[in-house]
Design a protein around this ligand. Sequence first.
Ligand SMILES: NC(=O)c1ccc[n+]([C@@H]2O[C@H](COP(=O)([O-])OP(=O)(O)OC[C@H]3O[C@@H](n4cnc5c(N)ncnc54)[C@H](OP(=O)(O)O)[C@@H]3O)[C@@H](O)[C@H]2O)c1
Length: 260
Amino acid sequence: MSNSNMFSGKVVLITGASSGIGAATAIHFASEGASLALTGRNTQNLEEIARKCEENKGVKTITIVADLNVEDDIKNIVERTINTFGKLDILVNNAGIFKIGTLEETSVQDYDAVFSTNIRSVYILTKLVVPYLEKTKGNIVNVSSLAGTRPLPGLIVYCMAKAALNQFTKCLAVELAAKQIRVNSVNPGTIDTDIFRRAGMNDEENKQYLARGKAIHPLGRVGQPEEVAMSIAFLASSQASFTTGETLAVDGGRNIVCPR
Ligand SMILES: NC(=O)c1ccc[n+]([C@@H]2O[C@H](COP(=O)([O-])OP(=O)(O)OC[C@H]3O[C@@H](n4cnc5c(N)ncnc54)[C@H](OP(=O)(O)O)[C@@H]3O)[C@@H](O)[C@H]2O)c1
């Protein structure tokens, strides 16, 4: 991790900053000098990540406990961020949940839960921050998935929601281009986080799933949250100043292979 202060003076809002990819992204942006609004539901985890971020000299963070399924909580995220920092440069729509199951195995409640967290909240939050991003000519990075383009067996609602997020990224990139707001996504393969245990896998199943990842990612391993964080930071940085509407694979080459 570098300390070039690439994001010094920038304000970054990250959803799902209390765990996994979002937590690693917060720590990475902090190492580059950003001020951070960190949101999630788990207060203790959020505080711990904020403390790690503030180990970097001069970095200011706020934590906002919010359930993205609650519209007033989303409004509060934006209000607290703007009241504290006065502006917003980068939104990272990272929070998400995973539901395992086929059409026959999942319920309408599962469908609603996944679409509410992974898509509806993104739509609401993004709509609220666009006026602020317009002022800073800021940008948005969405955390999508390989599942947005490749049907992963037994994950129908998750795949559908990530496909919607890919199209959201592209449609919005076109809509906001005139305002000089860039919109991109990262599309990870399997990344070693708690998301699979949270979706119901026990420790053994989780271990087996990650072990199988070695065989199905051409680079011969699963990814680490920090590797996704670096790609998010790249897309959010001035190094990607002419890139918008991109859905960047961060998947060890998994999306380009065809089983044989
Ligand atoms: N891990 C992978 O293999 C992988 C691959 C491709 C894409 N992704 C995507 O990467 C993103 C992050 O996932 P992860 O692997 O880092 O998972 P994770 O460790 O389970 O973290 C998920 C984060 O989302 C937050 N979140 C979930 N539901 C929420 C809600 N209703 N309100 C507010 N926050 C909520 C969680 O907050 P609390 O813990 O505070 O509740 C947590 O911070 C997701 O969009 C996921 O789909 C992951």
